[in-house]
Write a protein of this length. Structure first.
Length: 397
């Protein structure tokens, strides 16, 4: 549905992607982002969040911290960012993007804490007392306390394995006196992840994490003598803001909503417009199977279908099924199921849309502006961390 939604709501992005690939302006294994649409999505989200009393920090890991897209998000009214990990925090700080929240999905490494704290992020999340003590040791020498958020988690296994960490409620109650006595830090509030989950039949609903966050808010507020700040990330979008406001959320963190690649968008729901697609190239055809370049394809990205062709006629062509390699293999390539009677040739452009996570892959990203004014202009080609990719510029001449 991501692909069909893009074909319906942003066909010019598909047209431009085919032309740019066929002329060698962008490489295969490359995402193309529509900067104008990202800006519009950011503007709408910021306006709606403000109406619910919520501030937003944008997440840029999915789009590889792309500079043009980040500028568009900030132009749209979401000025501060949330960094997914220490490397992202450093990259964003180097580009003078104000850090709103660090240390949440991934704690900051001990020896990186001093340099990140010098950037004065608005909030620093800690998972445990030991991490809070590390922050305190550095912050105590500063003239301004660090505002700390305590990550909490429900009993039972984590929603996403590999994202463990945080205080259980009983542990939090026991540790609060020690935490609030640490010098240099201000226990300012609580956070958890993910706070919402999507069901195709019932829409978004509160998770165990959000219910735990609500209990933790009461606990921390009572202890610090003021209303604790509530940060509630996870699927932040126009469709979740009212729900989050009902649970007392103060800040939230849109990522996929900015490019229209959230879980609801895969089912044709949500007001955010699609702003991102993946461009590849057929390199071999073996009867009913064609092979195309991969590169950083996210296995949970809901990639199911693609368009194949060499010109604008691709918009009217039937989509074909695609297959990713197994998780034990590197995605050098993915395969396309060629229907009977359908011609697919080496060199054809492949257009797909999925829910990406560029920061964990090796694909590139290119930015295009001017689609909203019928004056398209290709920006830079960058790597998965948002750094300029000079290799393609040299190859393309």
């Amino acid at each position: 549905m991501y692909l069909e939604r893009t074909r319906l709501l942003n066909p010019e992005l598909i047209r431009q992607a085919v032309e740019l690939h066929q002329t060698g302006a962008i490489p295969p294994g490359c995402y193309l982002v529509d900067v104008d649409t990202v800006r519009a999505n950011a503007r709408d989200l910021a306006t709606q969040a403000s109406s619910h009393g919520i501030r937003l920090f944008f997440m840029s890991k999915q789009i590889g911290h792309n500079a043009e897209a980040i500028d568009a998000i900030r132009d749209g009214g979401i000025d501060k960012t949330v960094a997914v990990d220490g490397r992202s925090a450093a990259l964003l700080a180097d580009r003078h993007v104000p850090l709103g929240h660090v240390g949440h999905l991934s704690q900051l490494p001990a020896h990186q804490l001093p340099s990140i704290l010098r950037e004065r992020p608005e909030f620093v999340t800690v998972f445990n007392t030991a991490q809070a003590m590390r922050v305190s040791l550095i912050a105590a020498a500063s003239d301004e306390p660090v505002q700390v958020l305590l990550k909490v988690r429900p009993d039972g296994p984590p929603t996403f394995p590999g994202q463990e960490g945080g205080f259980y409620l009983d542990e939090l109650k026991e540790e609060l006196p020690r935490l609030t006595a640490l010098p240099g830090i201000d226990v300012h509030g609580v956070t958890a992840f993910p706070c919402t989950s999507y069901d195709v039949l019932t829409g978004f609903h509160a998770t165990r994490e959000l219910l735990t966050l609500q209990n933790a808010t009461r606990l921390v507020s009572g202890h610090i003598g003021r209303q604790a700040h509530v940060n509630a990330p996870g699927n932040t979008s126009a469709d979740t803001l009212e729900l989050l406001a009902g649970y007392g959320c103060d800040t939230a963190e849109p990522g996929h909503a900015l490019t229209g690649t959230g879980p609801q968008h895969a089912h044709g729901q949500g007001p955010e417009r699609p702003a991102l697609l993946y461009v590849s190239e057929v390199v071999q055809v073996d009867g009913s199977t064609a092979v195309a370049f991969g590169g950083g394809l996210y296995r949970r990205g809901n990639l199911r279908h693609a368009l194949v062709g060499t010109d604008h006629a691709v918009l009217d062509s039937p989509a074909v099924d695609v297959q990713l390699p197994g998780a034990e293999y590197i995605d050098y390539y993915f395969t396309i199921d060629v229907p009977p009677g359908r011609r697919v040739d080496v060199g054809d452009t492949v257009i797909a849309v999925l829910r990406p996570q560029l920061f964990v892959g090796y694909s590139r990203m290119a930015a295009i502006t001017g689609l909203s004014t019928a004056s398209p202009s290709l920006g830079s080609v960058r790597d998965s961390q948002g750094l300029l990719d000079h290799s393609w510029k040299a190859a393309a001449g």
